[in-house]
Ligand binder design. Sequence first.
Ligand code: 0X9
Ligand code: ZN
Length: 305
Amino acid sequence: STFYQKYHRLEDIYEWINRTTHDNPSTVKAILIGSSFEKQPLLALKLSMNDRPDKKAMWMDCGIHAREWISPAFCLSFVQHSLSFYKQNQEITHILDNMDIYVLPVMNPDGYKHTWTENRMWRKNRSHTKNTNCIGVDLNRNFDANWCMEGASRDPCSETYCGRFPESEPESKAVADFLRLHKDSIHLYISIHSYSQMLLFPYSYTLEEAPNHSDLLEMAKGAADNIKRYHRNHYVYGAGAKTIYLAPGGSDDWAYNLGIKYSFTFELQDRGRYGFLLPPSHIHSACSEALTAVKTVALMVINKA
Ligand code: 0X9
Ligand code: ZN
């Protein structure tokens, strides 16, 4: 099986980032957006095929949660697919001609490393909090969107610990800073998680509907319909709070409130048989489905005003 049908340790992902930028010097740049608690670089790739002025952009992050290995695997396969099929596949060509794409393959490198060496089921980052032995903040509860209300915890030992204050963590702060800086060009935000096969959109921190709920619903439905049609698999879609649970402080809701009106969290395979331990033999189909979903929403964003 190929590189993209395996999971890779952190060092190998950094090596892949290096190789990808060196092999594609005119179209791919690595951007250092910050560093993790343990001082690992937070490296995003920018895919940009032309210098058209006022081009839209999309942002996609993977690996917010350490144990969700299919997520970084998808970011890698997405970049690989985009570079290989530009000028080959009509849809990917149209997307890349009309959008710059930022991809952060591993938002939580310290946690990811920990899942390879110490504890496969680790979720949070690896930051230390004083007056406790418990380690880590849930980065998807650390954003400034109804921060630490119902659905998050103030207990540093909890899996959904929200941190000491919004953006207290270098990983969430780096992503928030980057999105703030580029919010005028970024029209689409996508965060990749697992598992449960869901296509979620704001809000997750309140049961209220987002102002453009019907647009978001239509886009998520379009993606789910295409997954059904091309991959014969079932994805549930809807606003986060009503579809899974109330959860504040998430990156998708925060990006949405920043003004990125098309904001999604995709939960990839499976529905619980293997859960976070999705076997490598399933990587290809999980990534194919996710690619269909990303392409569907990106094409729909390009076609909006
Ligand atoms: O709870 C989460 O952070 C995500 N589910 S996971 O099993 N991957 O941990 C769902 C995130 C949905 N969006 C927000 N809660 N904002
Ligand atoms: Zn997750």
